[in-house]
Design a binder for this molecule. Structure first.
Ligand SMILES: [Zn+2]
Length: 247
């Protein structure tokens, strides 16, 4: 069991539970988000994406995923048993950022090799998962940001779990910058074979703390348990483990 600690909600005074490592904690009685360390109100934008499914209706996208695609066993939908369905509001930071990477590199596919210079400029709403130990394929997940509303605790289902943030805003921005640099270096590998200089300038426009609904589903097929993650806003599969078809 993890140790649970408490602070008082800066808004309604109710106890807010948090676990070691959590940096922001949201009051389940009034929806206020507090900074654990100081006990003060979190002053940045806190948003959420609404979930569209309940424990029954979520079976529809689950079965839809099971019965589509070539790589799955043909009897997957028929023979599987859903053993767990947990709705979790996962915390993310959405870092809206402009990044300009200037680079110099060697293009070695020609003889003689040529030195190329350039600049890569892009704008992102970069998603950073605000949990450290939670396994989640953030890069394969596209948050439907157009459905973003201010965080409203009344819209959180009683059976759902809301995870607190383990990553503060500064760290989230650093993670985003690092991941974007990696992405830019990957994009540059089209253009140069060896990077000799690389530097990025970042302009952070906005950071939003966001809770987004994800269904963590376990299903059993022929005695084994597999996991499927379903986007609670769209009903699409974010990532699904599946039994091998034997080929
Ligand atoms: Zn409260």
């Amino acid at each position: 069991m993890s140790i649970v600690e408490q602070i008082s909600c800066p808004h309604c005074g109710a106890p807010i539970d948090f676990k070691p490592g959590e940096i922001l904690a949201t009051c389940k009685y009034c929806g206020y988000t507090a900074v654990v360390e100081t006990g003060q109100t979190f002053t940045f934008e806190h948003s959420m994406i609404m979930n569209r499914f309940d424990l029954q209706t979520v079976e529809e996208p689950i079965h839809g995923w099971m019965s589509s695609g070539f790589l799955k066993p043909g009897d997957l939908a028929r023979k599987s048993k859903i053993s767990e369905k947990n709705l979790v509001y996962l915390p993310f930071w959405v870092v809206s950022i402009e990044v300009a990477s200037t680079y110099k590199g060697v293009f070695e596919r020609l003889t003689p090799a040529v030195v190329k210079e350039g600049k890569l400029e892009k704008q992102y709403d970069w998603l950073v998962l605000a949990r450290k130990a939670t396994e989640f394929p953030t890069r394969e997940y596209e948050v439907p940001l157009e459905g973003k509303i201010p965080y409203d605790f009344r819209k959180i289902e009683g059976f759902a779990k809301v995870f607190n943030s383990e990553v503060d805003r500064t760290e989230a921005v650093e993670i985003a910058e690092q991941q974007i640099d990696d992405q830019h270096k990957f994009l540059l590998s089209e253009d140069v074979d060896k990077i000799i200089e690389f530097k990025s300038d970042y302009k952070v426009e906005q950071t939003v703390y966001l809770h987004s609904p994800v269904w963590f589903v376990n299903y059993e097929y022929k005695g084994k348990v597999y996991q499927l993650l379903v986007d609670g806003a769209r009903g699409t599969a974010i990532k699904g483990d599946m039994p091998s078809t034997g080929f």
